[in-house]
Design a protein around this ligand. Sequence first.
Ligand code: NAG
Ligand code: NAG
Ligand code: NAG
Ligand code: NAG
Ligand code: NAG
Ligand code: NAG
Ligand code: NAG
Ligand code: NAG
Length: 800
Amino acid sequence: MFKASSLVPLLALGAVAQTTDYTQYVNIFTGTQGGGNDFPGVARPFGMVKLGADLLVSGTDSYSGYLPNGNFSGFSMMHEQGTGGAPKYGTVAQLPLVGNISNPLSNITVGRAVTDQGSVGYYRAQTSQNVVVELAAATRAGMYQYTFPASSTGNNVLIDISHVLPSFRGQGLGQGYSGGHFTIKDDGHYEASGIYNNGWNRSPDWTIYSCGYFNVTPSAARVYTNTVTGTVAGGSKLQSSGSATSSSWATAVGGLYTFNTSVVSSRVGISWISNAQACQNLENEIPAGTTFSSVVEGTKTTWNNQILSKITTTSTNTSNLELLYTSLYFMNLLPTNQTGENPGWTSTEPYYSDIFTFWDLFRCSTALLQVLDPVVYEEHIRSLIDIYRHDGWMPDARSSNYNGRVQGGSNADNVLADAYVKGVRGQVNWEDGYAAMVKDAEIQPPNTIPPDPMAPEASTAQGRGALPDWLAYGFITPAFTRAASRAVEYAYNDFGLYQVAKGLGKGDDEAKYLNRSRNWRNHWNPDLESIGYSGFIVPRNLTSFIATDPLTDSGYWGDPYYEASSWDYSWGDIHDMAKLIEWMGGADTFYNRLETMFTVGANPNSPTSIIFDSTNEPTFNVPYLYNFVNRQDRSVYQSRKVAKGDYNIGVSGLPGNSDAGAMQTWLLWNMIGLYPVTGQSTFLIHSPWYESMTIDLSNGKNLQITSTGGDGNGDTDYYVQSLNVNGQQWTKNWLTWDDVFANGGTMEFVLGPNPVQWATGPVPPSPATEPITCVCSHLVLYQLRTTLTFNRIATTVFET
Ligand SMILES: *[C@@H]1O[C@H](CO)[C@@H](O)[C@H](O)[C@H]1NC(C)=O
Ligand SMILES: *[C@@H]1O[C@H](CO)[C@@H](O)[C@H](O)[C@H]1NC(C)=O
Ligand SMILES: *[C@@H]1O[C@H](CO)[C@@H](O)[C@H](O)[C@H]1NC(C)=O
Ligand SMILES: *[C@@H]1O[C@H](CO)[C@@H](O)[C@H](O)[C@H]1NC(C)=O
Ligand SMILES: *[C@@H]1O[C@H](CO)[C@@H](O)[C@H](O)[C@H]1NC(C)=O
Ligand SMILES: *[C@@H]1O[C@H](CO)[C@@H](O)[C@H](O)[C@H]1NC(C)=O
Ligand SMILES: *[C@@H]1O[C@H](CO)[C@@H](O)[C@H](O)[C@H]1NC(C)=O
Ligand SMILES: *[C@@H]1O[C@H](CO)[C@@H](O)[C@H](O)[C@H]1NC(C)=O
């Protein structure tokens, strides 16, 4: 039974009749194992509630709550998607238990009877006590349905406010519980709050409120601290109430509801503001009487209409359709739309949290979000600026309303620059946006108290910790951790400032930040050699370069390079590629060096490994850089090899942590046949997978990408033979936002089994590289840059 009115909010987005149920192609268990850490529970796009199972295996961190093995510690409403580092959330949980529970707040777990199952909007688990748990979610409220064994008496639902996802990594990143309250109200519903801290982003205390109802009257409902403090006698009508508060682990609080009905459902709302708001969120989304199945259907409808139907293809290949729609699904769980749910300040601007993290997301994800969800994207941009207005800084890894933690540069700058150059205006206040970027570029954030033990010298909460060196010297000395990799990112950030300064007419700033965007060059040691190549990004001090082994110098928070090597980071500043090509020794050497990334082992102990690292984001660009030396065919070959070899729809189908969908967006761009160059309006062209793909640009316009001559799956015959863009023959291996996105467009590829030199136009721009001063024609210059590569491709085509 449900109130007719309750369906309205669920179906409002479904005004346009949906003929295809794309959720059939989403496998929610893809990428949940093997380090992908995808979240397989129930959620709506960007929803605050991500309701899923929390599994406990001592010694193993469960980043999204889920593990394929272990015992259930709860079914909680808050999770991240695909993160690594250390778990966050796992808060606001229930756990069904059969029998007499003598000590409810003793970290009880219960085994798993069968493999969990689920689909978009629906999750089913069964405990070793044969209780079936089914989950459904709206955006700020969720629903549990329990089916206890028919024979059982004493059917309990435990609510332990101290429940969080633990961490076993021993890096001081385990979440803490520092108090809470639990109250059973006169009508039998409960209201609770819990205070938590730490986790990967080292957040200080934060509070979440919840409001829960059961659909049947319990035979007993008790409130607990560590020992029972109040007992509420059950009955057909529950009259009395109880409550408990605590301020530490020693006095964890919670409640135990006992039923003698075998099917029990619970509706729970959450809020960052108050219990009243949690109850309001529940009433708004899942009012009393709402059926479980209508919540499930509402979630499927929302995914179909808001997200999944944005990309359609004529492909009928199920494994490719699953890869497409599953990737679309996992890229749209984060960030979380918390508009109106911001405990920090009151504002009419939108508010998005759970950015996890821009370090991962700025290359592929934010650019795809703009294409597929322009409304969310603009709200997200406005929210970044509002966070700066009220918290003083834009975030890099904001969750639980705390900006930390910054791994590299202030990469919100890259995101804003990308939005600016691609024409995002709307309600964005760009003067404030630019002011936020300038603060990142000019003001060192005060160190956190206490300092981050992994990088104690400067703030990791926000901004650019190593800014004093960057400003004083144009490089970063070992006085700061991650000096070399941060220099690569700070240069990119400054390029973002240049782009926005130029657009807004900020006078001298334009030249200043363009100049600063070249400062990666100050870390370039032209004489450092590694496996036959010379010239690498290196650590340096005031007087000299510091020795490093570019193959093996990848490190962590305290090291010169963060999570990637000098071989990797040396490609990082895509805004200054022409200079990099020159410094690497010209187009031929650049080409050979790229090839080496994919052929030579980085690790002598693992001969099959290559230097290129598909498991992490710093090298996302690398397979596409061939376009800069006019070897687009190799971009197609190498990127396709990674996409087809390292991604699939299996439970271990991601090469590394999804990182809030970053991995999935890399793959989606590969299917589309374009690659975004963040901070510029440029898209590198490679090759599409399908015979026809249509992207709904949400403005009444489409981008339609077709191909003939390929195999329709992107497995073979994928080399571009020719391309028409908007009906005209296209001879560049790149295009811009305005060409096909701003007003829609068409791209018609002819593909084939062998590479041909179809792209005869200029290579992609290198806007930070000084123009070559030479009294020769454009054509001659162009040929100077590409003659050698032309010769090679000619050999490929005509001699084989
Ligand atoms: C699950 O719980 C059972 C019973 O308490 C215990 O024997 C088992 O070791 C637990 N399994 C894991 C993976 O923790
Ligand atoms: C459960 O507790 C009740 C009351 O304390 C008791 O009568 C009953 O025997 C207990 N049942 C079990 C299985 O321990
Ligand atoms: C539950 O686990 C937490 C985290 O490991 C621990 O701090 C707490 O003491 C445990 N509580 C009980 C009652 O064992
Ligand atoms: C639970 O069952 C007992 C008898 O087994 C009955 O007296 C009681 O009314 C029931 N309570 C509810 C809430 O149905
Ligand atoms: C974000 O949430 C707010 C508050 O619920 C809502 O008004 C807004 O439409 C949401 N944004 C999108 C893009 O759905
Ligand atoms: C560019 O930076 C260099 C130092 O890296 C400095 O000497 C020069 O004045 C700067 N030029 C401009 C236009 O800011
Ligand atoms: C700079 O690094 C070089 C090479 O490691 C070292 O010899 C020199 O002492 C360092 N200078 C300073 C000022 O730290
Ligand atoms: C479907 O696509 C996969 C992956 O591209 C491919 O291996 C498979 O052969 C295709 N199946 C058919 C029937 O074309």
